[in-house]
Design a protein around this ligand. Structure first.
Ligand SMILES: [Cu+2]
Length: 762
């Protein structure tokens, strides 16, 4: 008998079809009603139910119940030109709707879909309003208009609008006949705004193009068309259009795994690698998600995900205040995931995961290769050389990388979870792609960004990320995970406890209620995620994982601004909130067009929850909304990106990592059993192409002869071999040093000096 689907397995094609059919049967009940689908995905089981299943799964016993397979379907009910956003949860086993939610038409909006992106450009180019706006400019022959769709941004205080989108307009020089010629070198100073229900352009905003000291507002329209791009230059990055020779001096680097990969992928997305085991999920909003992450059978993370990123732009000239993207909530990092290519996006033995996503008709469409899985070598893992014997033991730090890459208009983000052979988890973000640019008058510079090419201003902006970690350190039991903020403080010099002033102390602060705090490198502030009952048998401390919050710059927009209000998560480095099913979004569920963050981490911290062990069990004065919960951690970090010329025309990766590491979780270095085998494929590279040049002293050659490296290593002369204490000669008042010992020391010193000055024997 076939086993039932694991509750965390993504929806199959057949399950998506079934969810679609049930939704259509229920909501498209007459001929004048159509449904436009946005998302069909697995509706993750309630934690309380899933935990019981996971416990039984790990114990190898039969679970008392299996959570039912459910699908979450987000769609518009379109009738008489009006769209009603609706969400249903479909019980796939029972083939019926289990829950229904409707959303208001005005105010916060759900994320944009790929079909909306496509419609935006087509409808703009077909619009008389847009054509009229273009008449203000004279555009060189052979240039084609191209429009990057953008979320509308935060609504101004006096706005109360339905679903809008805006677009940044560029022109592409089609002379080369190559569709990949880079349009970002030719920005136009207009932003069309579209009502997505009527598909009509509601207005075209005009932009200021001045420099330092110039007006905050667009100049008035002249009587004659303004000539554009008189000084702009191509900004190509694809190799065949580059006006330079590609470097020839890089020889291939191959990653060869002659015995294949050491990970195992099972058909239901269970991944096993060395002592790690997890289930890979994939959602249109988050992309890859790690579920039930265990090491050596011990749970660590119930769920680990990238939750949100906001990109607020710092150019104060209207309408740029609305240039603020929420890449997860407005766009969707899963649905914008690249189809990764073998040998380009990762090296070595790669496994790719596909995902099914729903198209506008709700039909499952296969996205190939949206997540890649591979191992990589990250240099030395641990090493020690016994200086007495010169015996070195060295192991490699190997990582299992779960990676996905997202293209959101001009930018790319590369997200990776890296599990390593020392029990560590690294969450990595890389920003690359093309910086967002706007026009600037020829010859001017700006306080609001950097001129990266003639007539091209790359505006200052921030990228602020939120990683969500729902930990279950060494236990599936709710209430056993506790968060402790640990700091290291100076002890003032005092005769009783710190007579010489060198002492310092480690202080612990148990987080008993949800709250935020910030990175504090001066206090070495770290976050310990502990099991509150299990002690490490060696240290007696609670078993834990820890991470150091990154002291990166937080939201720069003024506290009173819409930009800051809609991204409250971006105002602190760490949030600890009380768990609720379905609460996955740092800036709230609906970020698109939001005026303020709703249902995000700030609201979660304010509802009066408490954690196990907290004094009192009141609701914190929040009107009964509080409850005892398990803690969820949100790590916020970012990049204030004031662009460099080197970021143009395509930006070298900006990397950021958070390191979640075991802290008294194991009884010793968990990588002690990593074999220190020497790599037989490594080769020696001689100097001078292997030919003798000059005297050639001081460097090892390919055959290992003729060099002085480590042959008589001065640097290791740090002591002598051990001696039997019984053999130590003791003389009164001389601390165990006899004449023979002094002679030995003298000999050693003279050898050292001789070697240092090249006088010793070789
Ligand atoms: Cu940037």
């Amino acid at each position: 008998m076939a086993l039932p689907a694991h509750p965390l397995r993504p929806l199959s094609e057949a399950e998506m079809e079934q969810a679609r059919a049930v939704t259509i049967d229920t909501h498209a009940t007459d001929a004048s009603t159509t449904l436009t689908f946005r998302i069909i995905q697995l509706f993750e089981p309630k934690k309380a139910e899933l935990v019981e299943f996971l416990k039984a799964e790990h114990a190898g016993t039969t679970p008392s119940s299996v959570p039912s397979r459910q699908a979450e379907v987000l769609f518009d009910i379109v009738k008489d030109g009006q769209a009603q956003l609706t969400e249903v949860v479909v019980d796939l086993d029972a083939r019926k709707i289990a829950e229904t939610r409707s959303f208001p038409a005005l105010g916060n909006q759900t994320s944009l879909t790929l079909s909306e992106f496509g419609q935006f450009q087509d409808n703009c180019l077909a619009s008389d309003v847009f054509a009229e706006a273009l008449k203000e400019f004279e555009i060189p022959e052979n240039f084609k208009i191209t429009i990057d769709p953008w979320p509308y941004g935060g609504q101004d205080a006096d706005e109360d609008i339905p679903r809008y989108m805006q677009g940044l307009v560029y022109a592409r020089d089609s002379t080369s006949g190559n569709d990949d010629s880079n349009h970002y070198g030719y920005p136009l100073p207009i932003i069309p705004v579209m009502d997505m229900a009527t598909k009509k352009i509601v207005r075209v905003d005009r932009m200021a193009t001045g420099g330092k000291g110039d007006s905050m507002h667009a100049e008035t329209k002249g009587d004659t068309p303004r000539k554009l791009f008189e000084h702009n230059k191509p900004a190509e990055y694809i190799p065949e259009l580059l006006n330079l020779t590609l470097r020839q001096d890089a020889k291939p680097i191959n990653v060869v795994q002659p015995e294949g990969a050491s990970f195992k992928v099972h058909s239901d997305n269970l991944v096993e690698w060395q002592k790690w085991r997890f289930r890979l999920g994939f959602t249109p909003r988050e992309g890859a998600v790690l579920h039930d992450v265990c090491y050596d059978g011990r749970p660590i993370m119930y769920r680990l995900s990238l939750s949100e990123m906001t990109v607020p732009y710092g150019d104060p000239r209207p309408p740029y205040h609305r240039k603020q993207a929420f890449d997860f909530g407005d766009g969707g990092c899963g649905r914008a995931a690249n189809n990764l290519e073998l040998g380009c996006d990762c090296l070595g033995a790669i496994h790719y995961f596909d995902a099914y996503m729903a198209d506008a008709e709700g039909k499952p469409t296969l996205s190939k290769n949206v997540v890649c899985l591979h191992e990589q070598d990250n240099g030395i893992g641990w090493k020690h050389t016994n200086f007495r014997t010169n015996r070195a033991v060295v192991t490699r730090l190997r990582e299992l990388v779960v990676q996905y890459i997202v293209t959101l208009a001009n930018y790319e983000y590369i997200f990776a979870y890296k599990l390593d052979n020392a029990g560590g988890i690294t969450v990595e973000t890389r920003a690359t792609g093309i910086v967002s640019v706007v026009p600037i008058d020829h010859g001017k510079t700006s306080d609001y960004g950097n001129v990266v090419g003639p007539g091209v201003l790359a505006q200052n902006h921030q990228h602020i990320f939120a990683v969500r970690a729902d930990p279950n350190i060494d236990s599936y039991t709710s209430g056993e995970t506790a968060i402790v903020v640990e700091e290291t403080h100076r002890i003032p010099m005092n005769p009783e406890t710190n007579p010489h002033g060198n002492g310092y102390e480690v202080r612990r602060d148990l987080v008993s209620r949800p709250r935020f705090f910030d990175a504090e490198p001066k206090l070495n502030r770290i976050v310990r995620i502990e099991n509150s009952t299990r002690k490490n048998p060696v240290s007696g401390k609670n078993v834990a994982y820890k991470f150091t919050p990154s002291p990166t710059q937080l939201m720069l927009a003024d506290e009173g601004s819409v930009q800051a209000a809609r991204a409250q998560f971006a105002t602190h480095h760490v949030w600890v909130t009380g768990y609720r099913d379905r609460e996955l979004w740092a800036a709230g569920e609906l970020t698109n067009q939001s005026r303020k963050e709703t249902g995000g981490v700030k609201d979660m911290t304010e509802r009066g929850d408490w954690f196990a062990g907290a004094e009192g069990t009141d609701d914190g004065g929040a009107g009964g909304a509080g409850q005892q919960s398990s803690p969820v951690i949100w790590s916020v970090f970012g990049l204030t990106h004031n662009p460099r010329v080197e970021d143009w025309p395509v930006m070298p990766v900006e990397i950021h990592q958070i390191h979640i590491r075991p802290s008294d979780f194991f009884t010793a270095n968990p990588a002690l059993d990593v074999p220190p085998s020497a790599n037989k494929a490594s080769v020696l590279v001689p100097c001078c192409n292997g030919k003798e040049e000059g005297t050639g002293t001081g460097t090892a050659t390919a055959n290992g002869e003729g060099g002085s490296v480590q042959k008589d290593p001065v640097a290791h002369m740090q002591g002598t071999k051990e001696v039997d204490p019984a053999e130590l000669p003791i003389r009164n008042g001389e601390g165990g040093q006899d004449d023979k010992g002094k002679d030995k020391d003298k000999r050693r010193l003279s050898t050292t000096l001789s070697n240092l000055f090249g006088l010793g024997k070789k």
